[in-house]
Design a binder for this molecule. Structure first.
Ligand SMILES: C[S@@+](CC[C@H](N)C(=O)[O-])C[C@H]1O[C@@H](n2cnc3c(N)ncnc32)[C@H](O)[C@@H]1O
Length: 241
């Protein structure tokens, strides 16, 4: 406040456990008056809002922003534009805004689209990103495994639209992480079965949240009704360390 244009802070809040936020992120959430976050599905409380609940007070201005879960680019762009204008109303009056982002702010996050749209429509905007704990790191920690070791190559596939996309990663990676695995789980399971990779594969659902679930040896779990917040880790055992 008190300057020309406010700053938009993209604050990574971690994957569920509120204590996974950085000290800097927590300080900003407590110093900044306007706290933005993505509205949850069906207007419900979203995950980021839930995570930051212990760190904010009722005196702060909560700014839920609508980002639809659709593929249609026009619809998405429209939503980013509307969200950017809502945020800009504050920034333009010299009021800082902290956007709470689940996981890490630069790791497949909606924040990037919001920031890009703001920069495009209002080039004078000032944006700062505060890094944090992302889902593959949280999943490895709750599994009690290293995500990678030595000279291992890590492949992160953000969304698998066709299981054959796995083949390319299999040709070079030593560890594969699949995000957004819930919608394609049966196909992925069959593919991993055909490659004899199920025994050492893991799924972590809602890592670091009270509802967290861990599935080891996926051979025993051909049918899982997984939450959207699920990540699969496939260590390819015989590769180099
Ligand atoms: C759009 S990406 C967002 C990633 C997020 N920014 C991060 O840093 O992890 C959404 C995907 O991340 C993964 N994810 C996010 N949070 C998770 C959690 N707490 N447990 C398991 N997977 C999670 C899921 O695969 C989900 O489909």
């Amino acid at each position: 406040m008190g300057k020309g244009v406010g700053t938009l802070y993209g604050v990574s809040v971690g994957t569920g456990d509120p204590e996974l936020i950085t000290i800097k992120g927590q300080r900003l959430l407590q110093e900044v008056w306007v706290i933005a976050f993505p509205l949850g599905v069906n207007q419900k409380q979203g995950l980021a809002e839930k995570i930051i609940a212990p760190w904010i007070t009722p005196n702060q201005k909560k700014l839920p922003l609508y980002f639809p879960y659709v593929q249609d680019e026009q619809q998405l762009k429209q939503a980013w534009k509307e969200a950017a204008e809502i945020v800009w109303e504050y920034l333009n009056r010299g009021i800082d805004v902290a956007f709470a982002c689940e996981g890490d702010v630069s790791f497949y996050s909606t924040f990037t689209y919001l920031a890009q749209t703001l920069k495009q429509d209002h080039p004078q905007v000032i944006i700062q990103r505060i890094p944090g704990v992302c889902s593959p790191m949280s999943a490895a920690s709750v599994l009690g495994i290293p995500l990678t070791l030595g000279s291992q190559n890590l492949a992160i596939l953000p969304a698998l639209y066709n299981v054959t996309e796995l083949d390319q990663a299999l040709s070079w990676a030593d560890v594969i992480v699949l995000l957004k695995v819930s919608s394609v789980y049966p196909q992925v399971w069959k593919k991993l079965e055909s490659l004899n990779l199920l025994d050492h594969a893991f799924i972590v659902e809602r890592a670091t949240q009270p509802e967290e679930k861990i599935y080891r040896n996926l051979r025993h779990h051909p049918n899982l009704g997984l939450s959207y917040f699920s990540v699969m880790i496939i260590p390819l055992q015989d590769r180099k360390l």
